[in-house]
Design a protein around this ligand. Structure first.
Ligand code: GAP
Length: 451
């Protein structure tokens, strides 16, 4: 599956459209169509089920995108959330300097070293092929805007570049109101914004994206145990969603790569069309965030252990996942072209039923004869799971259309349905068919779509 094939597939099926298309587009923005938005929602539901409602440890919050500027001062984003920017002096395109090179520097790169590397190694501009570079400077990735009617520095606010900080600043509120004891975690799903210098690879790196994050608060000294626990849960989650083992990799950060506050970080990688790249990060962040907010806000973030009477600032283990990166991996894994026994081919999206936008397609065999009954069946099934109704073209074509968008089951209403109430249930992957009553269809499908 090349990225272009995935892109064409999503466009053709209505999973994803180009953003602002009728005005020539807005670069690197994408709109999720009827199928894409349901798939996204199903991914988020799976995350909430696995990492919130099914575990005894975690709760969910939904905090603001706009936060007090001090949040970004304490977290270090105002000062340090930047990437090295350079400009091609020939064609004036701007590039992220560390993305122009593939080598790693064991001592880490600073701007001078990066610049010297570009010049000494005659690194070419990806846009024009020349090698004339502007000195490198740090470019802050946070989107700025103004709150209120006065366009003034005092009213500057930032769109959050991660959902995590909304959790940290509410640590006391959450702990007090839920009466949770350490260890416990707080999850959040929401939009984040980064003014990336070089977005790209379709929905992999964009300036507006969604994150599913978990901040897990634990006692200092237990963080590596919890890190290992959540790491295993993350890998299990990906396998359960249908990603295959051989397409999942990992990269543990070396000492030089670790952020100054982290004592362990691993990126879970997925084999995207261009190779293994970051899907999900997990970082042990020590007490950096809570301590920083305690210091700047004056709020006491110490936790009093009711059993041991110890006081400490909790340590944090943070798994952080991009919804769109997960969606891209699911599509890459699932889109297949199959050759059938009769030599014809079919395009089929093999995703697990829990993720499929529509669980069942309701199809009247002959439109004029079976339409009323099919509508009745649709209304009954739609009370239990997401369904789609299709009466156009012949039944074979309709099956193919549903295969292509990943609908795991088709229910066909025919002459016998009018007599005995049974329907044909066709399975997407095996294409096997069986006769069932509507009640049995509901029972069967409800069981199969569980996550
Ligand atoms: N709170 C920690 C944090 O935000 P991160 O590694 O910067 O860590 C976490 O981001 C995840 O968010 C990444 O692993 C990726 O899945 C997703 N992500 C980050 N930047 C992204 C972008 N520009 N476009 C799409 N997804 C992105």
């Amino acid at each position: 599956m090349t990225l272009e094939q995935i892109f064409n597939y999503t466009k053709q099926t209505g999973y994803i459209y180009q953003g602002s298309e009728i005005y020539g587009g807005l670069s690197n923005t994408w709109d999720y169509g009827p199928l894409g938005s349901l798939l996204k929602q199903n991914l988020k539901n799976a995350f909430i089920k696995r990492f919130v409602t099914e575990t005894p440890y975690n709760v969910l919050v939904d905090t603001s995108i706009l936060l007090n500027k001090s949040v970004w001062e304490a977290s270090g984003h105002l000062k340090g959330f930047s990437d090295p920017l350079t400009e091609c002096l020939n064609c004036h395109t701007r590039h992220r300097a560390d993305h122009l090179i593939t080598v790693k520097n064991s001592d880490g790169w600073d701007n001078d070293k990066l610049y010297n590397y570009l010049v000494d190694n005659n690194i070419k501009c990806p846009s024009c092929g020349k090698s004339k570079w502007h000195e490198i400077r740090q470019f802050n990735l946070m989107f700025k805007t103004n709150q209120g009617v006065i366009d003034d520095v005092a009213n500057t606010v930032y769109l959050r570049p991660e959902t995590a900080q909304g959790i940290f600043i509410n640590f006391k509120n959450i702990q007090r109101t839920t009466r949770r004891k350490i260890p416990f975690g707080v999850a959040q799903i929401g939009k984040s914004f980064r003014n990336e210098i070089t977005p790209g690879n379709f929905i992999f790196r964009t300036r507006e994206f969604e994150q599913m994050e978990l901040e897990f608060f634990c006692k200092p000294g237990t963080e590596i145990e919890w890190f290992d626990y959540w790491y295993k849960e993350m890998v299990t989650f990906l396998l359960d969603l249908g990603l295959s083992k051989e397409n999942i990799g990992s990269h543990e950060h070396s000492k030089e790569e670790l952020s100054h506050y982290s004592n362990k970080t691993i990126d879970i990688l997925y084999r995207y069309p261009w190779g293994f790249d970051e899907l999900w990060g997990i970082a042990s962040r020590t007490d950096f965030d809570l301590s920083a907010h305690q210091e700047l806000s004056g709020e006491n973030f110490e936790y009093l252990d009711p059993e041991t009477n110890e006081r400490y600032i909790p340590y944090v283990v943070e798994p952080s996942l991009g919804v769109e990166r997960l969606l891209l991996a699911i599509l890459k894994e699932g889109i297949k072209t199959e050759t059938l026994e009769d030599g014809s081919t079919r395009e089929v999206l093999k995703i697990i039923p829990a993720l499929a936008p529509y669980k069942v397609a309701v199809l009247p065999l002959i439109k004029n004869k079976h339409q009323d009954k099919a509508n009745e069946v649709y209304n009954k099934l739609a009370k239990h799971f997401s369904c789609v109704y299709d009466e156009t073209q012949n039944i074979g074509r309709r099956y193919r259309r549903q295969d292509q968008i990943g609908t795991p089951y088709c229910v066909t209403i025919d002459h016998d349905t009018l007599i005995d109430g049974t329907v044909t249930l066709r399975e997407r992957d095996s294409m096997e068919q069986k006769r069932l009553t509507i009640d049995k269809v509901i029972k069967f499908v409800s069981e199969k779509i569980k996550f």
